[in-house]
Design a protein around this ligand. Sequence first.
Ligand SMILES: [Cu+2]
Length: 262
Amino acid sequence: MADDHHGTDPAESDDKHGPPHGYTDTGSHALPGGVTVAVDGLQLEASETRIKPRESHEWTYQIRNEEGTAIRRFQETHDQLAHLILIRRDLTRFQHLHPELAEDGTWSVEFTLPDPGVYRAFVDVLVDGRPTTLGTDLFASGSANYEEPPRSSRVATTNGYDIELSPENIPAEKDLTLEFGFSQDGGVPQLEPYLGALGHLVALRDGDLAYLHVHPEETDPEDGVVQFTVRFPTASRYRLFLQAKPDGELITTSFDVQAMER
Ligand SMILES: [Cu+2]
């Protein structure tokens, strides 16, 4: 048997056969957002969670501190005081809305849940400089026909635009740049700003709808390309919802990726 000294050299002890890394981190990145209704002393209190489908509804909620008092001060993130993402739990029927904040800390927003089923509402805010995503389920009564789970798809055609996601291979547990390239009839559309960047991306994990934090990167609007930095916390499937404004028209499209173990 060959005499090797692996394991005695600290530079080589960190190999991929060792115990999984990243699970001892108790920092803010240990738990993905949106899986819980309360985190870091903040709690989402929804006025209602049973909502009739196919009817416009005014939904209100508060974000309360540990004393149960509604938070009234928030900082803007991506050009807005709050982002509300609504999605059915089969990762379909995505909506992105911007609720309004009243003096007393009550947020209100109007929406329609388009079909029966269980939905997840994600509230994305910045409180005292901390990005926070809280989530709650909403129940739309009736018989739901849930759609098939995601398969990989890196190419989408929406409103006549072809959009391609790269890179092809997506490693888990690693900061990486996702790029979406737009084209139409062999040309490249000009991208107009949306929410303070050239696009907005929501990344959700299949299974628990963990909501990942994604940061837009600067690119030239003439290049027809949007880029985001993201870290997929586990080797799982994720659905990505991209919103952008090619030639000034807001479009929403989705992609499915499988993040792989490195
Ligand atoms: Cu938003």
